[in-house]
Design a protein around this ligand. Structure first.
Ligand SMILES: Nc1c(NC[C@H](O)[C@H](O)[C@H](O)CO)[nH]c(=O)[nH]c1=O
Ligand SMILES: CC(=O)[C@@H](O)COP(=O)(O)O
Length: 140
């Protein structure tokens, strides 16, 4: 059993509820322990994971959030920089699955958040499990 932390940017409650549900189901279904930490937005997720990992309390992480394009360039910043920060942490050996939706509208988000449809939360959790297994295999 490993210890996972879901770090969720709770910007859209109804979408996050589905994403977190899918991630929890995947993690508990694989026999792992799960906690949830909520941050203001996707840009805070990489920093929160970095801080949590420094504590040594967790073995892996699932980033959960929803970024829906608005009127300005801010979408590119939030979507791109949260992904870049997460990628940098994974390249540093931290097992993280990225379940941050970056979409054009709510309809696209609903399909991807729903565990009965594209289940991107569960998909991200399974990716985190896979990375942790690789880390354990290669002695990371
Ligand atoms: N527009 C969205 C944001 N924006 C907030 C940023 O993530 C960040 O919290 C703020 O810039 C302060 O640092 N966050 C999302 O998760 N989703 C959005 O659609
Ligand atoms: C992804 C975003 O930052 C978005 O929600 C903000 O909308 P806007 O670009 O209209 O300020």
């Amino acid at each position: 059993m490993a210890r996972f932390l879901i770090v969720e940017a709770r910007f859209y409650d109804h979408l996050n509820d589905m994403l977190v549900s899918g991630a929890k189901a995947a993690l508990t279904g694989a026999g792992h322990k799960v906690d949830v930490l909520t941050v203001p937005g996707a840009l805070e997720i990489p920093g929160a994971i970095s801080l949590a990992d420094a504590s040594g309390e967790y073995d892996g992480y699932v980033a959960i959030g929803v970024v829906i394009r608005g009127e300005t360039y801010h979408f590119e910043i939030v979507a791109g920089e949260s992904a870049r920060g997460i990628m940098a942490l994974t390249m540093d050996g931290i097992a993280i699955g990225n379940g941050i939706l970056t979409v054009e509208n709510e309809d696209q988000a609903l399909v991807r958040a729903d565990p009965a449809q594209k289940d991107k939360g569960g998909e991200a959790a399974k990716a985190a499990i896979a990375l942790l297994e690789l880390k354990e295999r290669f002695g990371g």
